[in-house]
Design a protein around this ligand. Structure first.
Ligand SMILES: *[C@@H]1O[C@H](CO)[C@@H](O)[C@H](O)[C@H]1NC(C)=O
Ligand SMILES: *[C@@H]1O[C@H](CO)[C@@H](O)[C@H](O)[C@H]1NC(C)=O
Ligand SMILES: *[C@@H]1O[C@H](CO)[C@@H](O)[C@H](O)[C@H]1NC(C)=O
Ligand SMILES: *[C@@H]1O[C@H](CO)[C@@H](O)[C@H](O)[C@H]1NC(C)=O
Ligand SMILES: *[C@@H]1O[C@H](CO)[C@@H](O)[C@H](O)[C@H]1NC(C)=O
Ligand SMILES: *[C@@H]1O[C@H](CO)[C@@H](O)[C@H](O)[C@H]1NC(C)=O
Length: 344
């Protein structure tokens, strides 16, 4: 542009032009310097980000794989009526859980995050004696009669829709027509297999870990009913799993059986003689809440004898582990206190 203009300019203007050109060159020089500094700054910032990302990524693999802590647990809601959140195990597999206990419903849902499948889905309208429980897409209808005995049926896939609609209605009733849809023939074997598979599943391990991790969350009130239910689900699964994997494990043996001066040592604390767990059926810690001698202190507050846990163990031994009487993840599971008997 400049070279085209020059021939038309007068001689007296050339000094001015020179001056302008110098100024322009000076400006260009400054601009280049500023640009250079900006680029340099950007490079430095990028390098810092890259280094921190690399460090962050390399950290987990450098650490030895330890017991998962509450790091893998995220609690999204915890109130008197609801507990919900997510838990990820050390291998990255995760579950989403929600327990709701309000005046109209008791619901408990655990979903596998990778498959989107409901591992457990329990639905109980408070006004009825019916509980619909799905475990890995096998659905059961469990009805408790006036003598607290449990009768259960399989809900065939074709009938889950109508059953769900009935359970969610304002006044759920099991009519004779609906009862016709249910299958009672294979229920014993199906229930047993379903519960056994559940106990041995990876998701069960995640539920057990999540329940234990929940204890360490300081914003979670362990007295809230949904929180207690979740602890008990974990405890139940751990016991059922232990049973599936064979009862004669070391966990049933107490390491230090010191009973002296009218008290015994249990789980880092002491129990008065009358509240000491005892030996029975090859289990040194009968009456303690937990699988064998591995104590779930948060269920009843310590590792001593609790009538509730003792009667629950007796119930499972008598009725079998793969029954709803033993694995009672349904309504009023923990209505009673630690000192009252478990309704078998
Ligand atoms: C109880 O919880 C269910 C969800 O499980 C919800 O649909 C219902 O509205 C709740 N009822 C009350 C009274 O809060
Ligand atoms: C509970 O269910 C049984 C069927 O198993 C039924 O006969 C009974 O009337 C129900 N009891 C109540 C209190 O709803
Ligand atoms: C309750 O159910 C049990 C088991 O099926 C049965 O033996 C008992 O007779 C039932 N009791 C009543 C009152 O229906
Ligand atoms: C299932 O088992 C119960 C008790 O364990 C028994 O009373 C009942 O008859 C069995 N049902 C079938 C269909 O075999
Ligand atoms: C559900 O079923 C699938 C295959 O059908 C199995 O791989 C998985 O372990 C089961 N999960 C549970 C919780 O039973
Ligand atoms: C925990 O919940 C219980 C019962 O729901 C309540 O009595 C207690 O005050 C709560 N504790 C805290 C620290 O919020």
């Amino acid at each position: 542009m400049e070279s085209k203009k020059t021939p038309f300019l007068l001689q007296e203007d050339t000094d001015e032009i020179k001056e302008k050109r110098e100024k322009r060159e000076e400006n260009a020089c400054r601009k280049t310097l500023i640009l250079f500094l900006i680029v340099l700054l950007a490079v430095v910032v990028c390098a810092i980000i890259a280094i921190s990302v690399a460090v962050a990524l390399s950290l987990p693999s450098d650490q030895p794989t330890t017991e998962p802590t509450s790091d893998g647990l995220m609690v999204t809601t915890t109130t008197q009526e609801e507990l919900s959140g997510e838990y990820y195990g050390s291998n990255g597999a995760g579950i989403r859980f929600q327990v709701v206990i309000n005046s109209t419903y008791y619901t408990l849902i655990v979903t596998s995050i990778s498959t989107g499948m409901d591992v457990i889905n329990v639905m109980h309208p408070q006004s009825t004696n019916m509980t619909m429980t799905s475990i890995n897409s096998t659905t059961f209808m469990i009805m408790m009669n006036s003598t607290s005995q449990m009768n259960d049926y399989i809900v065939p896939p074709t009938a889950t829709g109508v059953m769900e609609t009935m359970m969610r209605s304002d006044d759920p009733q099991m009519t004779d027509d609906l009862l016709q849809e249910l299958d009672s023939i294979n229920v014993n074997i199906t229930r047993q297999l379903t519960l056994q598979l559940l106990a041995l599943s990876e998701e069960a391990t995640l539920i057990i870990e999540a329940a234990k991790a929940l204890v360490e969350m300081n914003n979670v009130n362990s007295s809230y009913p949904p929180v207690r239910q979740f602890y008990l689900l974990g405890l139940q699964l751990e016991k059922m799993r232990g049973h599936s994997l064979g009862g004669a494990s070391t966990v049933r043996k107490r390491s230090t059986t010191t009973k002296q001066y009218g008290r015994c040592a249990a789980g880092g604390g002491y129990c008065t003689a009358s509240r000491c767990p005892y030996s029975r059926d090859g289990n040194d810690c009968f009456g303690m809440c937990g699988r064998g001698c591995s104590c779930w202190f948060f269920v009843c507050g310590d590792c001593c004898y609790h009538h509730y846990c003792e009667t629950h163990d007796i119930c499972c031994a008598r009725k079998g582990f793969y029954t709803w009487a033993c694995f009672r993840v349904l309504r009023d599971y923990f209505r009673s206190s630690c000192s009252s008997a478990y309704e078998c």
